[in-house]
Ligand binder design. Structure first.
Ligand code: EPU
Length: 333
């Protein structure tokens, strides 16, 4: 069914009240192809659960919400399984499914908001793990030819919060399902991330304990979008070269930093934002979360442009203070 002139307030975790001219949910691949054919010259865009977007204005086209569901094991041997998950499945529900079946590989990614289909686009990551580690392939509709293609891991050019789907293939394909390889026991686990290591002290290393610890950490730092609108980390953590890092370190000896690759250092954007005094600040309906400075929040009735203006102000201040250009992590529409 196609609806007209509806508000997307309940379809984006920022809770922004922006309108779309046409709106429809997509339940399977056939439905997707038929609805795209109908668009002809009308522009369209695809959303999952709207957990990594900021709606900055009303949209004069179609907004399609991907809702296709299903989790199917395609192959299995004594060590691992290959599982195909439809794009509209909720990511955390998939993590819970894997935990229940005792399949390892995504436990550190528990409680990340959003859909499975959106996960490869920005190569979701948290607590020492990234999606690319368990990703096998995805199936996607090529918009120009209306044919389905398979993208294997090597085709996807995964990087930190990035993939080919955010670059060369941006707006050219629509992911409809994703295949993952998950491990059967005995599990290899990743507990290198310090806050996770601390939370697991005195506990057994099991995938369930890891997921529980991740859930606790996330709940303690990140605002629950059902209570206070937000899109998770608003900016990417900037990656700078060694020369620039040494200059900053001489001025700020305490600057936290993480090795990225030779000559590349990742600096937490949250630290930079805290350093300019913005953590916990509120400007009308928009503000910076008081427990995690990388999260911009909507206190109720913020417009997309209120959030955007605050983000721009932060970017300008960080550029002036540190000579670092912060890039947005959420997608702006
Ligand atoms: N820090 C501050 N102030 C703060 C928060 C953090 O100075 O208010 C500094 C501390 O030095 C801390 C460091 O930043 O050690 C890193 O903080 P944290 O571990 O909370 O992670 P992050 O770098 O801010 C990234 C991801 C998160 C992910 C966490 C955990 C990005 C853009 N964000 O945040 O992902 O959950 O690591 O792995 O890479 C998301 O993408 O929406 C998201 C929440």
């Amino acid at each position: 069914m196609i609806k007209k002139n509806i508000s997307l307030k309940n379809y984006n975790t920022f809770g922004i009240d922006a309108k779309t001219k046409y709106f429809s949910e997509i339940s399977n691949e056939k439905d997707l192809v038929e609805k795209i054919k109908k668009c002809k010259k009308t522009p369209f865009r695809i959303l999952g659960e709207g957990s990594n977007i900021l709606l900055t204005k009303d949209y004069n086209g179609f907004t399609f919400i991907i809702k296709n569901k299903g989790i199917n094991i395609l192959q299995e041997n004594e060590y691992e399984i290959v599982v195909e998950v439809q794009a509209g499945e909720n990511w955390h529900d998939f993590v819970l499914w894997a935990l229940e079946k005792d399949y390892a590989g995504i436990e550190n990614l528990a409680l990340i908001p959003g859909t499975v289909g959106a996960a490869p686009i920005q190569n979701i990551g948290a607590y020492g793990m990234e999606l690319k580690t368990v990703f096998k392939s995805c199936r996607a509709l090529e918009i120009e030819t209306l044919t389905f293609k398979i993208f294997n891991k090597k085709d996807c050019d995964f990087g930190y919060r990035s993939s080919i789907f955010k670059k060369e293939l941006k707006e050219k394909i629509i992911i409809t399902s994703v295949c993952f390889v998950l491990q059967k026991p005995p599990h290899k686990m990743n507990t290198d991330y310090d806050p996770l290591k601390n939370a697991l002290k005195g506990k057994k290393n099991t995938i369930q304990n890891i997921a529980d610890a991740v859930i606790d950490i996330r709940k303690s730092k990140l605002p629950d979008p059902s209570k206070i609108g937000n899109g998770g980390s608003f900016f990417k953590n900037p990656i700078i070269n060694n020369d620039k890092f040494l200059k900053l370190k001489s001025k700020y000896p305490e600057i936290p930093n993480f090795f990225e690759s030779s000559n590349k250092i990742k600096i937490p954007a949250a630290w930079l934002i805290e350093k300019i005094g913005y953590k916990g600040k509120r400007f009308g309906n928009a503000g910076i979360h008081n427990k995690q400075a990388l999260v911009i929040v909507n206190y109720g009735n913020a417009k997309g442009r209120d959030i955007l203006m605050l983000a721009k102000e932060i970017q300008d201040k960080i550029l002036i203070h540190f000579g670092i250009k912060l890039e947005s992590e959420v997608n702006l529409f």
